[in-house]
Design a protein around this ligand. Structure first.
Ligand SMILES: [Zn+2]
Ligand SMILES: [Zn+2]
Ligand SMILES: [Zn+2]
Length: 344
């Protein structure tokens, strides 16, 4: 480009003005066009960039979820995995527990997680506290704003998923040694009145079962569902007074064991596994176990030994014998930790 002559406006001849016009239209305008085009590309690129960032965040989420799932699988025997049946799940404090279940029953939980995470912002939409995989390709979410989630589910997930809230469950205790002159209607008023330090007016106490003990049918026992702080108090004290009897308080939190495959966390009604024998550990149901003097072999503890090669857990007990079963202990403490935040 020719340098412009240094001159004041007043002195510009009409020729010079024409020359300037020509220079502007032949050199500056194309430059301006180029700059504009560059600006547009920069804008487009930065838009693309932020979209890619979004994708990367989503993918990272997915990778982390998958990793977490793999981790659970690699540390636990297959069926002792965190695959807790719906009935064992509770809500904690103000949190709600939701189940998201794919309508396609062949879909895996990792895909369900991916879809859910893609459609919500876990921080602002529902504040998810916890995500777990379930047996049927579903996932379980603990979250604080479930009505928000229900809306999102209706808007974005309804086509492929069912979403429902899970009813709460509370820890359970068993009280044994109740005298037979107290019946199931009198029991709770007696319990509260005589043990105010344990079961005060704020305590949630639901009587689930009231029946004679196995050893003595004139002595009764009660199964109670209580709130977490009552549970902790009751378990740490361990006894209470009912009528004139000192009664023992037992921890009654337990996990379901499947009658078909003996795994914990689901019932035989929902079992898709092949049968195993709770007595000898072979591939048949208990009623098909022919050998009279069979050696006990716990299929759950045996699975633990197979999964974690160096462990040498005792397997010579029936799968129902929880006093000897390490696999049951592990699952139970996991359930207590997950549901009630209790560590063993
Ligand atoms: Zn089963
Ligand atoms: Zn058998
Ligand atoms: Zn065992």
């Amino acid at each position: 480009m020719k340098p412009l002559p240094f001159t004041s406006e007043a002195n510009l001849s009409s020729n010079a003005l024409k020359e300037i016009d020509m220079i502007v239209s032949s050199h500056v305008k194309p430059l301006l066009n180029i700059i504009e085009a560059l600006q547009t590309s920069v804008n487009n690129l930065s838009k693309e960039n932020s979209e890619l960032r979004g994708e990367i965040t989503k993918l990272n989420k997915y990778v982390n979820l998958t990793k977490a799932e793999e981790f659970t699988k690699s540390t636990d025997p297959e069926e002792l995995d965190a695959k807790i049946s719906y009935s064992n799940i509770t809500k904690k404090n103000s949190q709600k527990t939701l189940i998201v279940k794919p309508k396609d029953d062949k879909q895996r939980s990792s895909k369900t997680k991916f879809d859910v995470m893609n459609n919500i912002n876990p921080l602002t939409d529902i504040n998810i506290g916890k995500v777990r995989t379930l047996r049927d390709g579903g996932i379980l979410l603990k979250c604080e704003n479930s009505s928000n989630f229900n809306q999102i589910a209706k808007d974005k997930l309804a086509e492929k998923y069912e979403v429902r809230e899970v009813k709460s469950a509370c820890p359970k205790i068993r009280i044994s040694g109740i005298p037979n002159y107290i019946d199931d209607k009198d029991f709770l008023p007696y319990l509260r009145k005589q043990n105010e330090f344990l079961f005060d007016q704020k305590s949630v106490c639901n009587l689930l079962k009231f029946c004679p003990t196995k050893k003595n049918n004139s002595i009764f026992q009660a199964l109670l569902e209580v709130d977490l702080s009552t549970y902790k108090r009751a378990i740490s004290v361990g006894h209470c007074l009912v009528g004139l009897n000192g009664c023992t308080i037992y921890d009654a939190v337990d996990v379901t064991r499947c009658f078909n495959c003996n795994a914990f966390g689901h019932s035989s009604k929902f079992c898709k596994n092949s049968p195993s024998c709770p007595k000898c550990g072979n591939n048949h149901n208990l009623n098909e176990c022919k050998e009279e003097t069979v050696d006990f072999k716990c299929v759950n503890c045996n699975n633990l030994n197979i999964k974690n090669k160096n462990q040498n857990i005792d397997v010579e007990h029936a799968a129902w014998d929880y006093s000897k079963c390490h696999a049951h202990d592990l699952v139970l403490s996991k359930v207590k930790k997950d549901l009630f935040g209790l560590s063993a």
